[in-house]
Design a protein around this ligand. Structure first.
Ligand SMILES: Nc1ncnc2c1ncn2[C@@H]1O[C@H](COP(=O)(O)OP(=O)(O)OP(=O)(O)O)[C@@H](O)[C@H]1O
Length: 368
């Protein structure tokens, strides 16, 4: 055992059901006080990874370490209740017949009665629910029940907290507050957290590190800013937001399009590429007597398009354009209210520094 070992480390975990591998060589390291989000579409193997770490599912191969100590491989297995791991799932189900105090104290196996009561009071105080200590779950709102569930999970002072979509049952207005509060408490306790979600906003809000999972594998990992701004492929862009895509082919390290040329250093001639960018990076200009803005190095050449439709989304507007030259549709988001009428002529440019260029192995590959 080493002192600088990560709090939780999993190495090359594989897990298959009926011969189908749903977790495929997954490795992760999470330090104390760090929150890692396992982010990916439904069915990609996130929950199974969590269940393996919790010990309720057995991996086919791979190892799990806590503080550098092996707790599970295929030969040796510490049972779930001795792993010092707390669990919080979407259906956090408090025991309806137990009081709030007894729910929180449920996992406290050590210490005398007074000591346990003190820990329960301390935790309920921390989640601001001490007044409900002798109440029952049905007397609490969904958000309050969730906070009791957090107190219950924290009661035995777990080294690691595994959370599977824990906030998805909550109403939108409650969710942000509870997420932030939960995060503060977990950080205070120095717990290593692995949070599973399929919502990019939740991962961006909570995570120190995001591990993007697809088809059982972690395909990209890093700080939220890095994963968002340096996505590894088109699907990774599309996972976080709408994505516009322009198809092109590379010639002389340039991908030529009606929007001008895009640098494609190191990409061989003849390679088909997708130029991918987010709607907020499509620039809109008004028509000036049949002309658009002049070409620039940073924004390329303007392309004529007609407004297809526009919608107000709350703090921004989404405008869809149909391009004159090929009839394809591009989306733009604009802050505040901007609702041009369908059929309005406008000119579009693309911010070069916000584009991603991905070689495409087959043009039929939609990538999302
Ligand atoms: N016990 C099991 N037996 C057979 N197949 C299973 C079992 N558990 C999970 N699977 C399958 O493994 C795949 C991955 O499931 P998992 O629940 O890990 O995905 P997920 O990414 O958490 O999805 P979601 O976000 O929808 O919960 C799915 O296709 C699922 O049907």
């Amino acid at each position: 055992m080493t002192t600088d070992a990560p709090r939780l480390e999993i190495k090359d975990i594989c897990c298959a059901f009926d011969g189908r591998r749903v977790v495929d060589n997954v490795s992760l390291r999470i330090n104390r006080g760090q929150v890692t989000c396992l982010l990916g579409p439904s069915g990609c193997g996130k929950s199974t990874t969590l269940r393996v770490i919790a010990g309720v599912e057995m991996q086919d191969s791979g190892e799990i370490y806590v503080d550098g100590k092996l707790i599970c491989d295929t030969a040796h297995r510490v049972p779930p209740e001795r792993r010092e791991i707390g669990l919080m799932f979407q259906d956090f189900a408090l025991f309806p017949h137990l009081s709030v105090a007894d729910n929180v104290g449920f996992g406290l196996k050590t210490g005398g009665k007074a000591e346990r009561r003190a820990r329960i009071e301390e935790l309920l105080e921390r989640v601001d629910l001490k007044r409900f200590i002798d109440g029952f779950p049905h007397q609490l709102s969904g958000g309050e029940q969730q906070r009791v569930a957090l107190a219950r999970a924290l009661a035995p002072k777990p080294k690691i907290m595994l959370m599977d979509e824990p906030f998805s049952g909550l109403d939108n207005r409650l969710r942000d507050g509870i997420r932030d509060e939960t995060l503060t408490i977990l950080k205070e306790q120095d717990t290593a957290v692995l949070l599973v979600t399929h919502e990019p906003e939740e991962a961006m809000r909570m995570a120190d590190e995001i591990a993007l999972m697809r088809d059982g594998r972690i395909v990209q990992q890093g700080a939220p800013y890095n994963v968002y701004t340096r996505p590894m492929d088109r699907a990774a862009v599309a996972f976080f937001s709408d994505a516009n895509v322009i198809a092109a082919e590379v010639n002389g390290a340039l991908a030529r399009t009606p929007f001008g040329s895009f640098l494609a250093p190191g990409v061989p001639d003849g390679t088909p590429v997708d130029i991918v960018f987010r709607p907020q990076h499509l620039r809109i200009d008004f028509d000036r007597a049949g002309q658009g803005p002049k070409p620039t190095a940073s924004d390329g050449t303007a392309v004529r398009a007609l407004v297809e439709r526009s919608r107000f989304m709350g703090n921004e507007s989404l405008v869809e354009f149909r391009l004159d030259h090929d009839g394809s549709v591009l989306k733009s988001t604009v802050p505040n209210v901007f609702l041009p009428k369908p059929g309005t002529v406008m000119w579009l440019t693309i911010r070069r520094d916000r584009c991603f260029i991905f070689p495409v192995s087959e043009r039929t590959d939609k990538g999302t």
